[in-house]
Design a protein around this ligand. Structure first.
Ligand SMILES: C[S@@+](CC[C@H](N)C(=O)[O-])C[C@H]1O[C@@H](n2cnc3c(N)ncnc32)[C@H](O)[C@@H]1O
Ligand code: SF4
Ligand code: SF4
Ligand code: SF4
Length: 407
């Protein structure tokens, strides 16, 4: 085992999503890209990160940060399946290895296993919770099903009520699939109704290999698009419809990651999400056995950077292979993206969605027609907000401007 301490000599932080439970989950969401990762570690039947691996991860991860702040992200599978004691141990280890650094924890959950006890623990330890919910009941239950094939909406809502009762901060993470994409305003208004202030939309674009029954790696040309993947144009129309409501009512009150990140592109600052940044590769995924992959959406053997029992996180995250992974987002832009008027805001979106082949051989983003529809739609409003920011005025002034335009 290599326990060498290696500090991060660079300025930017690195992020690792820890999957202490591996792909194990109490739900069976049809579109889930993680459930079939069981095939990666067939010998690790328990799929739980051992105490030894947890300690090594915490020590290495803290050492991999260049500054005082350290953000732990607990992911899965379903991270609550690990039990509270596991996270209590993690907090103790963070204190031991943190040496007075400012440590924060984010946990991404389906919410169905939340209890009073969990919420008390999260409140006491200042966790930020990412809650997965796809909209009102008919939207959520379409694909987010239990092992027994029941809808999980009521249980997820029960989780939200508990979080609210204990005043635990939470964000909403909603996938956009072929079904809920048809109900943009219903979905958005529902999130406002449940008190969500930060909303992130994640489009489903997945292909299945007919022979293996497994999801296809993004760089693989095989595989058939799943029926639950969102249509490209439908995705753009979904975002545009929500934008229209947001820009007239909610700017400065409700934060939608896609809109914030788009504005960042217009202002020329780094966006809050990797998908709209020029390069990526700062956020990797750690499997229960210590294997580290380039990105949560690239957990395929060819993107494994090593194992924390043999190499440090710093070494793997600052390796030429990981830099190449991140720079490929820019260096392998399709010919169409290079000429696009929205390149500075879009940057070809996420490489995992670049599954179309152009005639010159370059890989192009499947969502492009929808992204163009969205960028065209929001362009005048983004220009207005960027100008307000330039003159040190609040971008929320766009609300009056947009309403006046309607008259
Ligand atoms: C893999 S889950 C793990 C954490 C937890 N079980 C949950 O559902 O929040 C992380 C997030 O990915 C989303 N997700 C799952 N499959 C997806 C896919 N094919 N495309 C985009 N997002 C997906 C989930 O809805 C969830 O918000
Ligand atoms: S709850 Fe999360 S990990 Fe479980 S199947 Fe659904 S998306 Fe996947
Ligand atoms: S591949 Fe996509 S999700 Fe992964 S880091 Fe890059 S932009 Fe982000
Ligand atoms: S809108 Fe389409 S062409 Fe333009 S940068 Fe994005 S993916 Fe590329």
């Amino acid at each position: 085992m290599n326990k060498t301490i290696q500090f991060n000599p660079l300025k930017y932080p690195v992020y690792v999503m820890a999957k202490a439970i591996g792909p194990a989950c109490n739900l069976r969401c049809s579109y889930c890209y993680y459930l079939d990762k069981k095939s990666l570690s067939p010998n690790n039947s328990s799929n739980r990160m051992s105490e030894e691996t947890l300690e090594l991860f915490i020590e290495q991860y803290i050492n991999a940060q260049p500054g005082e702040e350290v953000l732990f992200t607990w992911h899965g599978g379903e991270p609550l399946l690990m039990g509270i004691e596991y996270y209590q141990r993690a907090i103790r280890l963070q204190k031991v290895y943190g040496r007075n650094r400012r440590i924060e924890n984010v946990l991404q959950t389906n919410g169905t296993l939340l209890t009073e006890e969990w919420c008390k623990f999260f409140k006491e330890n200042n966790f930020l919770i990412g809650l997965s919910i796809d909209g009102p009941e008919h939207c959520h239950n379409r694909y987010r099903r239990t092992i027994g094939n029941d809808g999980s909406f009521q249980k997820a809502m029960n989780g939200i009520k508990l979080l609210q009762k204990h005043q635990v901060e939470f964000n909403v993470l909603s996938v956009v699939n072929d079904y809920n994409a048809q109900y943009p305003l219903e979905v958005y208004r529902f999130f406002k109704l449940i008190g969500a202030k930060y909303i992130q939309f994640s489009p489903v674009v997945e292909r299945l290999n007919a022979e293996s029954g497994l999801l296809t790696a993004p760089d693989n040309t095989e595989g058939k698009l799943t029926s639950w993947s969102v249509g490209a144009l439908e995705y753009g129309q979904f975002l545009s419809a929500i934008f229209d409501e947001w820009v007239r009512n909610d700017v400065g009150q409700i934060y939608v990651t896609t809109f914030d990140a788009t504005l960042a592109g217009y202002v020329g600052v780094a966006p809050c999400t990797c998908i709209f940044s020029e390069t990526c590769g700062h956020a990797s995924a750690l499997e229960a056995n210590g294997d580290l992959y380039s990105c949560d959406h690239f957990v395929f053997p060819e993107f494994k950077q090593g194992n924390i029992h043999q190499k440090t996180i710093t070494e793997m995250m600052l390796s030429p292979a990981q830099f190449k992974f991140g720079n490929d987002k820019r260096d392998k832009l399709s010919s169409a993206c290079k000429q696009c008027q929205f390149l500075k805001a879009c940057h070809g979106e996420c490489p995992k969605n670049r599954i179309l082949k152009l005639s010159d051989g370059s890989a192009h983003n499947y969502l492009c027609s929808g992204l163009k529809h969205y960028f065209n739609h929001v362009h005048p409003y983004m220009q207005f907000m960027a100008n307000e920011l330039k003159h040190k005025r609040p971008p929320a002034n766009v609300i009056h401007w947009a309403r006046a335009k309607d008259i």
